[in-house]
Design a protein around this ligand. Structure first.
Ligand SMILES: Cc1ncc(C[n+]2csc(CCOP(=O)(O)OP(=O)(O)O)c2C)c(N)n1
Ligand SMILES: [Mg+2]
Length: 284
């Protein structure tokens, strides 16, 4: 990837991270860890991969995004606001009564949200259904980007949906695993060990592409390679860090959904200021 493109994508990530952290800090709590580990992915998707028209969210030729790990809604909302689906001011209604930005995405409430998610596992079946519908309608050029959590993969439903994708060689769905090694209350290896996701997905019949989920160029390359596959189901395994980009929370046990005390707010402010400066300098 050329340097200018990389700069744009990195600036895009910084903007999504910044808006998400500002929103969560304003709210006083929220799912920070998992929202942060998909920031670089969202920047690559919305800046370089997806076909969409923000002024016509339901455009029938669009690509679809299914955020199956729905608790990461806040970073999806930041990406949608930054890419023109709605006003950034709306971010400051997150989780309020009557808001169009509930903590977990709702496709009937938020422009740009393609699937209602939050009950882990269910998004995998929804994505499989959308993918099959695209195929049946002869819209094989369109893709469904399905974002699943590594802890979410404890849900049996995911593996049922993956068998369906593999059996039908449903390359219209690109399964993206956010392998951040942690779930709600600890490390995957202490709760239910995942063994080797790459081998596991391969044995389920998928072509698997590995990427560094903190590097936009690596994600971009993997998504583009995955998009070329037409003879099997396809998966991108993202090596990420829970709470990536937020130094204070990376090592903390409560990074999943913290409530911010005075110390946390101070630390968040440092990250917010650094991101503001980076964005103001154009990502240089
Ligand atoms: C069916 C279901 N069970 C439990 C939960 C509660 N829950 C919300 S997030 C989460 C952990 C998810 O871990 P992971 O998929 O690794 O997410 P990430 O690390 O990306 O935050 C759990 C158990 C839920 N939302 N849905
Ligand atoms: Mg996880």
């Amino acid at each position: 990837m050329d340097k200018e493109k990389e700069r744009q994508l990195k600036k895009g990530s910084a903007e999504i991270r910044l808006e998400t952290l500002k929103m969560l800090k304003w709210r006083g709590y929220g799912h920070l860890g998992g929202a942060m580990s998909i920031v670089e992915l969202l920047s690559v998707l919305y800046n370089d991969i997806l076909r969409y028209k923000p002024e016509v969210p339901a455009w029938e030729d669009r690509d679809y995004v299914v955020l199956s790990k729905g608790h990461s809604g806040p970073s999806l909302y930041a990406a949608l606001a930054l890419h023109g689906f709605f006003d950034k001011e709306l971010l400051y209604t997150l989780n309020e009564g009557g808001t169009s930005l509930p903590s977990h995405p709702d496709r009937l409430r938020t422009p740009g949200v393609d699937a209602t998610t939050g009950s882990l596992g269910q998004g995998t079946s929804v994505a499989a259904g959308i993918g099959m519908a695209l195929r049946k309608e002869g819209r094989s050029g369109q893709k469904v980007y399905l974002i699943v959590g590594d802890g979410e993969l404890n849900e049996g439903q995911c593996w049922e949906a993956f068998q369906f994708l593999a059996h039908h060689k449903l390359h219209e769905v690109i399964v993206i695993i956010d392998y951040n090694k942690r779930q709600l209350d600890g490390k995957l290896t202490d709760i239910i060990t995942p063994f080797d996701f790459h081998k596991k997905m391969e044995s389920f019949g998928f072509r698997v592409f590995d990427a560094d989920g903190r590097e936009e160029s690596s994600i971009d390359e993997a998504l583009k390679a995955a998009g070329q596959v037409t003879d099997s189901a396809v998966c991108v395994l993202l090596d990420t860090v829970k709470a990536q980009g937020v130094p204070y929370y990376i090592e903390r046990e409560d990074s999943h959904a913290p409530k911010f005390d005075a110390k946390a707010k101070e630390e968040l402010d440092k990250t917010i200021q650094a991101l503001e400066q980076y964005v103001a300098e154009g990502g240089r």
